[in-house]
Design a protein around this ligand. Structure first.
Ligand code: FAD
Length: 392
C-alpha cells in the first residue's frame, strides 16, 4: 500500500468495487479498502438481482449464479396470489446470486482493471485541508496509517460512518429503515419463483420473502419497518413464518441486517468526497433492493471522479455532475418507489386483500410492477389517491 492515490474507495461491496473498476479503467491510481477480512462474507442480502442489470457490469459466471428464476409471486394476507414474469418484475428478480462469490468477483474485476485492494483495513476518519477531504485515517491489519487521495469515495454501506466524517447526514430515522432477518433454509421444496408475502401479522410495514437458490435451499427472510419493530421482532416473526411454510426445513445460516428505505438522501458530495450505494441511501425503498443501484451509482461516481481529476478540480461544485446524474436516474426511480412504500405501510390487511382481489384476473404475467400499481390505482382511486402522479 502506498501513501498516496488518485482515489481511495472505502468498502468493497458492489458500489465500492464498481467505483474502483470504473476509475481504474479511466487510468486513475485507485485503492479499494475493506474492513472485513473476506470480501462478501457475511452476506447480508437475499441475493436477488435482475439479469440484464447485472450483465451490464460483469460477465455472468455460474460460480456466482445460485439459481435463475422465472418470475415472482406476491401473496396478499388472505393468500390471494399475483404472478409477475422475471423480465417485468424490476431490479430484484432474475438471478439469485451467491454473493460471497459475486462480491469477490467484482473486487477481482477492480484488480484486473488496475486497482489495489486491501482487506482488514478500516477507514477511521478523514484527513482534511481546510474544508477539503484529502485522504483517510485507517487501521490496516492492526496498524494506524494515513493515506492521501485527490478524492475519497465512501461506499461503506447502510451503517456509513465515512459519510458522517465528511459532514453528510447519513442517519436514518426508524421509519426510513427496514430491519431484516434472514435464514438460509435447506431441505425444502421450492420452485423457480421468488415469493413475497404481505400482511401486518407477517411483516409490519414490510414483507417476507422466499428466494430459491436451487438444490432445495432458499433465502427466507423478513423486513419490518424500523418504526414498527422492536428488538428481536424480525427473528421471532421469521421463525413463525418458517415454521408455518417450511416445517421440515433446516436453518443453516442466519443474518441480521438493515436496508435504507428513505428515498434520496439530501447530499452525496463534498469537496474531494463522494458517497455511493447504500451509504448514499440509493436502494429502492419499496423492495429494499440495492445491488444494481449500487453498481450503477458506482459507475457514475467513478466516471465523474476521473473527469474531475483530469480537469484538476475536485471541488464540491465540480463533483455536482455525479449528484446530477444519479438523481436523474436512480433518484427518480427511488422517489417513485417511496410514494408507493409510504402508502403501503399504512394499509390494513383487509385493504391489502381488497387491492389484490380488485386486480385478480386483470393482472397477468405480462405486467410489471408499475403496470400493477397502475391497475391498482384504476381499480381503487380513492384508496390509492397518492399514486395519481405515478400513473402517466
Ligand atoms: C436482509 C437483506 C436482504 C437484501 N436483499 C437484497 C436483494 O435481494 N436484492 C438487492 O438488490 N438488494 C438486497 N439487499 C440490499 C443490498 O444488500 C445492498 O443494497 C447492497 O449490498 C449495497 O451495496 P453497497 O456496496 O452500497 O454496500 P455493502 O454491500 O453493504 O458494502 C459495504 C462494504 O463496506 C465495508 N465497510 C463498512 N465500513 C467500512 C470502513 N470504515 N472501512 C472499510 N470498509 C468498510 C463493509 O464491510 C462492506 O463490505 C438486501 C439487504 C439486506 C440487509
Amino acid at each position: 500500500m502506498k501513501d498516496k492515490y488518485d482515489v481511495i474507495v472505502v468498502g468493497a461491496g458492489p458500489a465500492g468495487s464498481s467505483v474502483a473498476t470504473t476509475a481504474s479503467k479511466a487510468g486513475l491510481d485507485v485503492l479499494l479498502i475493506e474492513k472485513r477480512q473476506e470480501i462478501g462474507d457475511p452476506v447480508r442480502c437475499a441475493e436477488g438481482a435482475d439479469k440484464k442489470g447485472i450483465k451490464r457490469h460483469i460477465k455472468p459466471d455460474p460460480r456466482w449464479i445460485a439459481a435463475e428464476v422465472k418470475g415472482s409471486r406476491i401473496f396478499a394476507p388472505d393468500g390471494t396470489k399475483l404472478q409477475i414474469s422475471e423480465e417485468l418484475f424490476g431490479a430484484e428478480v432474475g438471478y439469485v446470486l451467491e454473493r460471497k462469490i459475486f462480491d469477490r468477483a467484482l473486487a477481482e474485476q477492480a484488480v484486473s482493471s488496475g486497482a489495489e485492494v486491501i482487506v482488514k483495513t478500516s477507514a477511521t476518519g478523514l484527513i482534511r485541508k481546510n474544508k477539503q477531504v484529502t485522504g483517510i485515517h485507517a487501521r490496516s491489519i492492526g496498524e494506524s496509517v494515513d493515506i492521501k487521495a485527490k478524492i475519497v469515495v465512501g461506499a461503506d454501506g447502510v451503517e456509513s460512518k465515512v459519510g458522517r466524517f465528511a459532514g453528510i447526514n447519513t442517519t436514518l430515522a426508524p421509519k426510513d429503515i427496514e430491519t431484516c432477518a434472514q435464514f438460509l433454509v435447506s431441505g425444502i421444496e421450492v420452485d423457480e419463483y421468488c415469493q413475497f408475502y404481505l400482511g401486518n401479522n407477517i411483516a409490519p410495514g414490510g414483507y417476507a420473502w422466499v428466494f430459491p437458490k436451487g438444490r432445495g435451499i432458499a433465502n427466507v427472510g423478513i423486513g419490518v419497518l424500523g418504526s414498527r419493530s422492536d428488538k428481536g421482532m424480525p427473528v421471532k416473526l421469521l421463525s413463525n413464518f418458517v415454521k408455518h411454510h417450511f416445517p421440515t426445513g433446516k436453518i443453516i445460516e442466519m443474518v441480521l441486517g438493515a436496508v435504507p428505505a428513505s428515498g434520496p438522501i439530501e447530499k452525496t458530495i463534498a469537496d474531494g468526497f463522494m458517497l455511493a450505494g447504500d451509504s448514499a441511501h440509493q436502494s429502492d425503498p419499496l423492495t429494499g433492493g440495492g445491488i444494481l443501484n449500487a453498481l450503477d451509482a458506482g459507475v457514475m461516481a467513478g466516471t465523474v471522479a476521473a473527469s474531475c481529476i483530469e480537469k484538476d478540480d475536485v471541488s464540491e461544485k465540480a463533483l455536482m455532475e455525479y449528484e446530477r446524474q444519479w438523481r436523474e436516474t436512480i433518484g427518480k426511480k427511488i422517489s417513485k418507489a417511496l410514494v408507493v412504500k409510504e402508502k403501503l405501510v399504512t394499509l390494513t390487511d383487509e385493504q391489502f386483500n381488497t387491492l389484490a382481489h380488485s386486480i385478480k384476473g386483470k393482472c397477468d404475467s405480462t405486467m410489471g410492477v408499475f403496470d400493477i400499481v397502475r391497475a391498482l390505482f384504476r381499480a381503487n382511486p380513492k384508496l390509492l389517491w397518492e399514486f395519481r402522479n405515478l400513473i402517466k
